[in-house]
Design a binder for this molecule. Structure first.
Ligand SMILES: *Cc1c(COP(=O)(O)O)cnc(C)c1O
Length: 434
């Protein structure tokens, strides 16, 4: 469920008319709903009632400072993957002490920064990394808290570029070698063994693979708890969201109408399936949701530049492009595209919705049926709150888009559109070319 709906003909985010946002701040612009993020956070937390749960928002999905602060205010910590992300947590006025640091290639400088800021734990992906973290902790005279990421070898049934829990992925240590990895970790003088971690992939819309992975790993977690006194088990993120019927899925009625067995995963179903498996462990449970927390809480606003009618094909050329939202080009992913002003008296249009970038891959949708729209009219790309702005680039020298946060009837710019001067700010022509 989310807070984007038509009020009369106009698409609103909470109580704010999105056309007003576009008028004030231009396009392309990302708009996020604070209420939707809060609902997502609370529903997931409630779904696991009875367990000692800490939600660590996987901030790589959306790392705007305002988004981080909003989640921190609700009680979230963060799953971060770089020194830059750690610095964002601090800049947002949030606390790094309940946050975890993941990733396969943490540098010595990043490890040092995390230790200085009292990180809750490092999620370690290999044996050489144990040695490195031990070394840095030693130079600071501290013990580094760690958990080892294990790879449960479970098929997440998701897109190849976002599956992480199979043995042929670069992530984690295979379950059969994990015991030896903990034994090795225990021998390092500057490491403190605190937890166990896994993350099997992203955009999972069924609970089955989560259940399979948890069932597979729980006995091992119990063994490690007994042997090394572990205090937590992180079951990762990966909960999927609705992309295809994104707008309709904002209403409870849509969920009720889904045929049995075909309903996309809800936080309630996730909690109901997993909580009983985890309850007996007596460990703190960390969750690392990224997409689920913000995906349906954001849209990308864009303006139509031209409707180009071709031979047997129409192209709707918009002012957003693959540099703003790369998911369709990178993962062949679907985003629902809706007009900001709905007019049911208009004819339907079937068109490829494309950006202005000089790449055939700069295509958001093929043969998409939309309400007929023309130059200057506004569209929203739904479910763009996760891996949207966060993966944006300046390709074709297009500035980074603006971001706006809505809360009730209030809205504010939380990231100004990049200026040309900012875009070229670090560049210079060397003296030997002058
Ligand atoms: C990316 C990532 C997540 C978040 O994944 P989502 O699918 O966005 O929930 C969680 N944990 C780790 C280790 C990750 O790499």
């Amino acid at each position: 469920m989310h807070h984007f709906r038509y009020a009369g003909p106009n698409l609103h985010c909470e109580s704010v008319d999105l056309a007003e946002v576009a008028r004030l701040y231009g396009t392309p612009t990302y708009v996020y709903s604070a209420a939707t993020m809060e609902d997502n956070f609370r529903r997931l937390q409630r779904g696991l009632t009875g367990l000692d749960v800490q939600i660590c928002f996987a901030m790589k999905a959306n790392s705007n400072l305002a988004v981080l602060r909003h989640f921190a205010n609700l009680g979230a910590a963060f799953d971060l993957v770089s020194g830059g992300e750690l610095r964002r947590v601090i800049a947002a006025g949030a606390n790094a002490k309940a946050s975890v640091f993941a990733g396969v290639g943490k540098t010595e400088a990043e490890i040092k920064l995390a230790l200085e800021n009292g990180i809750f734990a490092f999620h370690v992906e290999s044996e050489p990394e144990l040695a490195r973290i031990n070394h840095v902790a030693g130079t600071l005279g501290v013990k580094a808290p760690i958990a080892i990421r294990i790879n449960p070898d479970v098929d997440a049934h998701t897109h190849a570029k976002i599956t992480t829990g199979k043995s042929d992925n670069k992530f984690g240590i295979p379950l059969k070698y994990a015991g030896a990895a903990y034994e090795a970790a225990a021998k390092y003088p500057n490491l403190a063994l605190k937890g166990l971690q896994m993350h099997i992939g992203s955009q999972l819309t069924e609970v089955g693979p989560f259940v399979e992975a948890v069932e597979k790993v729980v006995p091992f977690a119990a063994e490690l708890k007994a042997k090394f006194g572990l205090v937590y088990f992180s079951i990762g993120g990966g909960i999927g969201i609705v992309y295809r019927d994104a707008l309709a899925s904002g209403q409870p009625a849509w969920w009720d109408a889904q045929p049995a067995g075909q309903r996309p995963l809800t936080p309630e179903a996730y909690g109901a399936a997993l909580a009983p498996l985890l309850r007996g462990l007596g460990l703190k449970i960390l969750l690392e949701p990224g997409r689920f927390m913000v995906g349906n809480a954001g849209v990308l606003l864009s303006r139509v530049e031209h409707l180009k009618r071709g031979a047997g094909k129409n192209f709707l050329i918009v002012d957003a492009a693959m540099n703003d939202l790369v998911r369709p080009a990178m993962y062949e992913s679907y985003h629902e595209i809706v007009p900001l002003q709905r007019d049911t008296s208009r004819r339907a249009l079937v068109a490829d919705v494309v950006g202005p970038i000089c790449e055939s891959g700069d295509c958001f949708a093929k043969d998409r049926q939309l309400q007929e729209v023309g130059e200057g009219e506004l569209l929203a790309f739904m479910s763009a709150g996760a891996y949207g702005y966060a993966m944006a680039s300046r390709y074709n020298s297009r500035p980074m888009a603006a971001e706006v946060l809505v809360k009730g009837s209030a809205f504010e710019l939380i990231n100004a559109r990049e200026t040309f001067e900012q875009m070229i700010g670090g560049e210079k022509v060397p003296a030997f070319l002058k």
